[in-house]
Design a protein around this ligand. Sequence first.
Ligand code: NAP
Ligand code: MG
Length: 401
Amino acid sequence: MAKLKVRTPIVEIDGDEMTRIIWAMIKEKLIVPYLDVDLKYYDLGVQKRDETDDAVTIDAAKAIQAYGVGVKCATITPDDERVGEFGLKKAWLSPNGTIRSILDGAVFRKPILVKNISPAVRSWKKPIIIGRHAYGDLYQCVEMAVDKPGTVELVYRSADGLEDRLLVHEFTGPGVAMGFHNLENSIRSFAQSCINCALGEKYELWFSMKDTISKIYHGSFKNIFAEEVTARQSDFENAGIQYRYMLIDDAAAQIMKQEGNILWAVSNYDGDVFSDVIAAGFGSLGMMTSVLVSPDGKYEYEAAHGTVRRHYYEHLKGNPTSTNSVASIFAWTGGIRKRGELDNAPDVTSFGEKIEQAVIQCIESGIVTKDLVTLMDPKPAGYETTEGFIDAVSWRLMSMM
Ligand code: NAP
Ligand code: MG
């Protein structure tokens, strides 16, 4: 069988630990046998980032800007423990943070629903997408430890020499302080991306901040969102969908009582937390997809979970693992479907869809990894190993070709 030719390259970003193992299996068994595609490969494994002083991360982000579509394996964000574990030069920044700050835009996380898994939250029947702002906040903050009494101030010096100062705190003893920022353009494009996504899916759009406490920072997010929604009022009416602003704590409680078909837009930090809450509520972190959409229409697909470190250590000991590869497979298929769409190549798009169907059919016929067993109804007789599941998808895919 001739391979399907993909016209434009796809940027492939490799990662770490268990997901790196899974990533290679997916590529070998589900992608390379079928697609003739020029993969622009960037190794973001933590050692490679260290070797290149993290230049490889910036190169990977630029490649996505150049080619428009990237697929990314999960990567380690090193902390002090990881610096010791791998003998790194330093605790390099989060690669996702770096890529997001270069591409900007929003991250959309959507659970994969299957018939034989009911969400832990009983009212959830349809997807809830988290729309996470991809710029600023905690992820581009500066912070300092204060070890003696003294004053921390926030100082703004305008380009024309004016100065504005605010007292952060008069420290009488040791403490810590932090500075956040955001950009009006980035907030606006975040709002626009979320509006486009909600209109495209015909999902109700929610947006939540904490503007009662942070009247200027969070307040400006609320106002900009409202302006952008007002500008698209007729599109909302035509699509028959609503926009709701709620305080983040109110929304967190309300979301538990909804059926779904909601795009819940939140700040960068809230998105980090609530995408894991939503993923766990729907079943498993292994079933949550994630895509970064930049304002100029560049796409990076990944799994929402991390490198599944505990499973990797078992793998290194030679023990069998049963790690869920579904979200990593959907990172590949999301990129392939988008590449097909952008290249106007429906055969490429439908190949991406075929892999997804093969995955769903496996799960719905009871072929699953261990994390899903307790969630399933009816309960499967057993579970597959990491590789066993990917092989099952591969056989099913072969029979569909
Ligand atoms: P994790 O990889 O998300 O895994 C945490 C736990 O969740 C696992 O131990 C496992 O639970 C369960 N889990 C997550 N994904 C699973 C899957 N696909 N199949 C089955 N179970 C799954 O988080 P971590 O192990 O705490 O973090 C490891 C590294 O990932 C960290 O260095 C962190 O920096 C990085 N990280 C990267 C990204 C990213 O690149 N997008 C995101 C988050 C974290 P059990 O142990 O109970 O089986
Ligand atoms: Mg996270």
